[in-house]
Design a protein around this ligand. Structure first.
Ligand code: SAM
Length: 274
């Protein structure tokens, strides 16, 4: 039986200045906060796992709304995890590293920084922050060895980073757990809310460090949906995931694609099993 699709379409609004965002990340959900407000009930008292955390926008949102001690950010990419760790523990030092790049910024400087390893400590995190905020069309891309390989954005100057905004975001995520695991490590989680925003299946663009096997993801989903509230973000037809009729499916319209800032518009879904 086909799944019931909720009537009415959610439209994503992208604000230029968003306090719950640190980098322009492919697939970033920072524009979805109004939608999460409607989909996730206020009275949940469970732990919240953002298992494909990426740029962290869902985790930041969940920390602000439910308290950071309830939230676990996870991603299997150590470069992203290092950035979120340093944002939490050393926001001022992170800003200082970025500010130094801001002063020196040029095309040559960008490509020099791109050669430095990005996975360890505040210096690395500041280097990655500089690259991420100056990458071409916000298209942050990694190869399968987690090496950042985006070209520089043409023709525009390095954006200024607001120290107070960074410190505020750090405070919002103060007690958040931060992990660097493969998603399958979470298969035994129970009595929690799991936000699942995997790399979109059937997408050949290769933005992230790898793609998931649909068969593995489906068996993970079949397991965790029994014991948890699950919220799944995707672009494909929900039938691909064999969702039961317990799921509600919400169509989402984006005024611009989450894949490319230069593209106009795309459609997505959010499905939840409660
Ligand atoms: C669509 S993005 C998530 C975007 C995120 N919600 C945001 O707002 O920025 C998918 C993320 O899954 C991560 N990822 C890919 N394979 C993974 C795996 N096997 N386990 C955990 N994370 C994985 C990628 O590094 C990427 O950051």
């Amino acid at each position: 039986m086909p799944l019931a699709v909720e009537s009415g379409v959610f439209v994503v609004k992208n604000r230029r200045k968003n306090p719950l965002k640190i980098i322009p990340y492919v697939g970033c959900k920072s524009g979805f906060t109004d939608i999460f407000d409607k989909i996730i009930p206020t009275n949940i008292d469970e732990k919240i796992y953002d298992i494909f955390g990426g740029g962290g926008s869902f985790s930041f949102y969940a920390c602000q709304r439910f308290g950071s001690y309830r939230v676990n950010y996870n991603d299997n990419n150590p470069v992203l995890v290092n950035l979120i760790n340093e944002l939490q523990s050393h926001p001022t030092e992170l800003w200082e590293v970025y500010e130094d790049h801001y002063q020196k910024s040029s095309v040559e400087h960008y490509y020099e920084v791109r050669e430095i390893p990005l996975v360890d400590g505040v210096e690395s995190a500041g280097n990655f922050l500089y690259l991420a905020k100056n990458a071409f069309s916000g298209k942050i891309r990694f190869n399968s060895q987690n090496k950042f390989n985006s070209p520089i954005r043409k023709g525009s100057s390095c954006p200024k980073l607001d120290l107070q905004a960074l410190q505020n975001l750090s405070e919002i995520i103060r007690d958040m757990a931060i992990t660097n695991f493969d998603y399958r490590e979470f298969k035994e989680v129970k009595n929690s809310l799991l936000y699942l925003d995997p790399p979109y299946f059937n997408n050949t663009k290769g933005h992230y460090n790898g793609v998931l096997k649909l068969k593995n993801f489906k068996s993970f989903l079949r397991r965790v949906e029994v014991y948890n509230n699950v919220v799944l973000s995707e672009q494909n037809d929900p039938a691909l995931f064999g969702l039961t009729k317990n799921y509600k499916v919400f169509p989402i319209t984006l005024n611009r694609s989450l894949q490319y800032i230069t593209q106009t518009g795309s459609n997505e879904i959010i499905a939840c099993n409660y």
